[in-house]
Design a protein around this ligand. Structure first.
Ligand SMILES: [Ca+2]
Length: 301
């Protein structure tokens, strides 16, 4: 089995805090389905199914919401230019610039433990686990996730794990640009809901429960395209290496093909990391209780 290592940006002080966090006492057991995912039949093959919740009268227009084979609801991010990066944040976000992206779909929610279990059961992929105290309440045992955590985001997954899941589900990891556009819309919002600082709209360290929350717990934090938890809950792996933006001339030893970009901040980080333009990084074999993922799908699939 591949070597796995702890996430570099989990600070020692923070790990102590984690150890003090009480494990959720939710009484729900596995098999619970998120309301937004419930009562929807599985499509028969590996392609996304058009459930036509929108654009009913425009046969040529792609549906605004689809369901993919892992049961995930996906929202449409239409083709357009959008503003990427920021001038007043960490230098790796500079320069703020305009990019064009074709339309794509993005999972509305972070991938849940229940969804990941289907993948594990069907492929015999190793379960999320790290032998350390700080990982204890998130570790899977006997082939399944912690009791009551079906609808919580899966964590303790490497980039390779996320990539394997995406391939299994007929999808892919979003590019960093796709992730940012889905989070901030075309006009460069600072947060998914707008430009105002509001710790009540996401699961970050300031006002969150001190652990992961069920996906979709913060509807007031929804992005312009309907994606949820794009700020907070768990960091999300993207497809891309941490590279400099075009026109950026700052030196950084992190640029290159050593670190994958993770986005969106987590329950264990403060709000400044939840800015839609914020870039963070981790080696692809990193395991963290702060990091999960969601998947994307191109329209031409
Ligand atoms: Ca997130």
């Amino acid at each position: 089995m591949q070597a796995r290592k702890r996430l570099g940006f989990v600070l020692a002080i923070f790990l102590l805090l984690i150890g003090a966090c009480a494990r959720s006492a939710s009484g729900d057991e596995g098999g619970v389905t998120h309301p937004a995912l419930a009562e929807r039949a599985q499509p028969p093959d590996g392609l996304a199914t058009d459930v036509r919740t929108g654009a009913r009268d425009e046969q040529s227009a792609p549906p605004s919401i689809i369901k993919s084979i892992d049961g995930a609801e996906m929202v449409l991010v239409p083709a357009s230019e959008f503003i990427m990066g920021a001038e007043d944040q960490h230098f790796d976000q500079r320069p703020m610039h305009t990019r064009y992206l074709d339309a794509f779909y993005l999972d509305r929610f972070e991938v849940t433990n229940a969804q990941y279990k289907r993948f594990v059961d069907e492929t015999r992929h190793p379960v999320p686990y790290y032998d350390a105290n700080w990982a204890r309440s998130y570790n899977w045992q006997n082939g399944t996730y912690p009791s009551g955590k079906a609808l919580f985001p899966v964590v303790l997954v490497t980039w390779e794990d996320a990539q394997a899941y995406a391939q299994w589900s007929g999808k892919r990891l979003p590019t960093e640009a796709e992730w940012e556009k889905a989070a901030r819309g075309p006009d460069g919002l600072l947060f998914p809901w707008g430009n105002e600082y509001d710790v009540t709209r996401m699961n970050t360290w300031e006002a969150g429960p001190g652990e992961t929350a069920p996906v979709g717990s913060y509807p007031r934090g929804t992005s312009p395209y309907g994606a949820m938890d794009m700020a907070g809950n768990v960091w999300e792996w993207t497809a891309d290496w941490l590279e400099r933006y075009p026109g950026n001339e700052d030196d950084s030893t992190r640029y290159g093909t050593k670190y994958k970009v993770v986005r969106g901040s987590s329950w264990g980080n403060v709000i400044k990391y939840a800015r839609t333009s914020n870039r963070h990084w981790a080696e692809p074999n990193t395991l963290s209780i702060l990091t999960g993922f969601r998947c994307a799908l191109s329209l031409d699939r």
